[in-house]
Design a protein. Structure first.
Length: 514
């Protein structure tokens, strides 16, 4: 494979992208001669694969570890996912800050000028700066044999890559997922963008349609709208971000509308035609047929697991073409020698989830003699953040989820317009909800909608992981004024519920004698 092939998703080939490719798929890379037998062969060098392979190789135990990547080390997150999207989000927030500065007494310019090529060049620069940690050399340095090429199982203990056979004691499938192709007549021939191509744009599409109101669709729709595109967001459901708390999703929905996005909910897209004026999208909404013309279409309509080329049948690994490789709670597949981690097998499709799963796989493949002491996926407390503006962050259970499990749950809600720093910042849209066990201070979960909700959720995650209840949280001093004081306020609200008539009487007596 040469640099040109990988340039299909990594364009333009400027100095940043060339350096990125030199790190994540060097054109002069020569695959090593395979060892006689590998302790661990890992397929896919995204987050899950890199953490597994480098974790095993870096232990200094002399383990033989191979890592196989068909495209770009770093996978989606570095190249076409988290990293580039967050760079675009940063630029788009700068636009919104300028736009809204009037309310702070700072008069914005008549026209906010956005230089889209510079926005994208900055993104490429940042991505390249981050790339050495995911590079082929970084894995080689910790003793991992890195092979570029597509891996395919050939027998219960072998697989091939570019004509070479690798024998393994254990294997890990970490091949991730890709964008689902929406089944809309004419879309394929009209052409559309996905997360694999959108970050290669060098010119802003004046009119952009986004298919799907999930995290990808919402984050990118808001960014492109703020950067100057007229975005139309098509979503099947009645409101966007339907996996999130309804009230939280509603706040973000209103923010997208305020940004000027045309939101088409509960829609059916019936066809796309390419014409001289642009791409015409035909759709129906509430029984009414309509059409719009756009310059580009971006699909963010869900993910599909990369299972096809692995020849999983040869090794008896069960999979579902839509959900991916089937694993048990220890991340072991139906073949006991083969494990999986990351987007290929998990509902939690997040980089930090892939990282956490890889650590479980490391333990379970290498340090669980006779299957003892295996770690479980279900033991993880998983936070996540959707980086719209405002952000939605969540951890643990929702109220309905707790109730469905037969746990009586109370919700404490703090609105950010009761938080001094949020008022000072002019960022009062949003709330914190903490779900706790009824009659107890045990935290079950939390949802935060706020400008920097993602920076706040880890405090609640720490509390859940280390079983710190709301009473103890209320004794933690939070600097004034910070938006994270919302968490302290929630904890104090809980403490106040402990003040029964009897405790009040007792306190009254104590004050008399003090
Ligand atoms: C636009 C976008 C934004 C995102 N933003 C965030 C975010 O902000 N925060 C967050 O936590 N998550 C985010 N995600 C999700 C995150 O990127 C994924 O959850 C994460 O990358 C999963 O890692 P992985 O290792 O499982 O898979 P991947 O990163 O997909 O890596 C799999 C690797 O396997 C390789 N491969 C596939 N088949 C083979 C084969 N047969 N042989 C050899 N190699 C193979 C692929 O080329 C790829 O490099 C985002 C995703 C997208 C698309
Ligand atoms: N901040 C983050 O952590 C982050 C950011 C982006 C992506 N991700 C991960 O990537 C995963 C995939 O994200 P996603 O947004 O592609 O998927 P998703 O499945 O979460 O959302 C896609 C949405 O598109 C809708 N849809 C599908 N086809 C449609 C059509 N033809 N017309 C209208 N609507 C349609 C679906 O109903 C669905 O709600 C997420 O589950 C998330 O875990 C995470």
């Amino acid at each position: 494979m040469n640099i040109q092939k990988h340039a299909t998703t990594i364009t333009p080939l400027d100095k940043y992208n060339q350096e990125l490719l030199n790190n994540v798929h060097p054109s002069d890379w020569i695959n090593p001669t395979p060892a006689e037998l590998y302790d661990l062969v890992v397929i896919g060098a995204g987050t899950a694969g890199l953490v597994t392979a480098k974790g095993a190789g870096g232990l200094g135990l002399g383990l033989k570890v191979a890592l196989i990547e068909k495209h770009l080390m770093g996978g989606d997150c570095l190249n076409v996912g988290c990293v580039p999207s967050k760079c675009l989000i940063r630029s788009s927030r700068a636009v919104a800050d300028m736009r809204d500065a009037g309310s702070l007494g700072v008069i914005p310019p008549e026209e906010i000028k956005i230089h889209f090529p510079t926005v994208m060049a900055r993104m490429r620069q940042v991505r390249t700066k981050i790339s050495p940690v995911d590079s082929a050399m970084s894995a080689k340095k910790v003793g991992v044999d890195v092979f570029f090429g597509e891996a395919s199982f050939t027998s219960n203990d072998t697989l091939t890559v570019k004509g070479q056979t690798l024998r393994f004691k254990k294997a890990v499938i970490a091949t991730g997922a890709r964008a689902v192709k929406p089944q809309i007549q004419g879309l394929e021939s009209a052409g559309y963008l996905t997360n694999e191509t959108v970050f290669s744009l060098t010119e802003l599409p004046p009119r952009l349609a986004v298919i799907g109101g999930g995290p990808i669709g919402c984050e990118l729709a808001q960014s492109f709208q703020r950067l100057g595109s007229q975005v139309t967001l098509f979503h099947r459901g009645n409101h966007i971000l339907n996996k999130e708390d309804n009230e939280a999703a509603e706040i973000v929905q209103q923010a997208l509308i305020k940004d000027g996005i045309r939101l088409i909910l509960a829609c059916q897209m019936s066809g796309v035609e390419k014409t001289a004026e642009g791409k015409i999208i035909h759709f129906s909404c509430n029984g009414k047929s309509e059409s719009i013309v756009v310059d580009e279409i971006l699909a963010g309509a869900g993910r599909q697991p990369n299972v096809e080329s692995l020849n999983l049948e040869a090794v008896g690994v069960e999979y579902d073409p839509r959900k991916g490789v089937i694993v048990n709670d220890n991340l072991q597949t139906s073949n006991p020698k083969i494990y999986a981690a990351g987007d290929i097998c998990m509902n939690w499709k997040f980089t930090h989830a892939a990282d956490a799963a890889a650590r479980i796989v490391l333990k379970n493949t290498l340090f669980s003699p006779f299957g003892f002491g295996k770690y479980k996926l279900s033991d993880l407390v998983m936070p996540w953040v959707t980086y719209t503006h405002p952000e939605i962050a969540h951890v643990g259970m929702y109220e309905e989820e707790a109730q469905a499990k037969g746990i009586d749950c109370n919700t404490i809600k703090i609105d950010f317009d009761d938080v001094d720093r949020a008022l000072a910042d002019g960022e009062t849209e949003g709330f914190l909800k903490i779900f706790h066990k009824k009659g107890s201070d045990e935290i079950l979960g939390a949802t935060i909608v706020a400008s920097h909700a993602g920076e706040m959720i880890s405090e609640v995650t720490t509390a859940i992981v280390h079983k710190i209840g709301l009473s103890k949280m209320s004794s933690v001093i939070h600097p004034y004024p910070t938006q994270a004081e919302a968490i302290k306020k929630a904890a104090d609200t809980y403490r106040r519920t402990l003040l029964t008539e009897n405790t009040k009487k007792l306190l009254g007596i104590l004050t008399k004698f003090s």
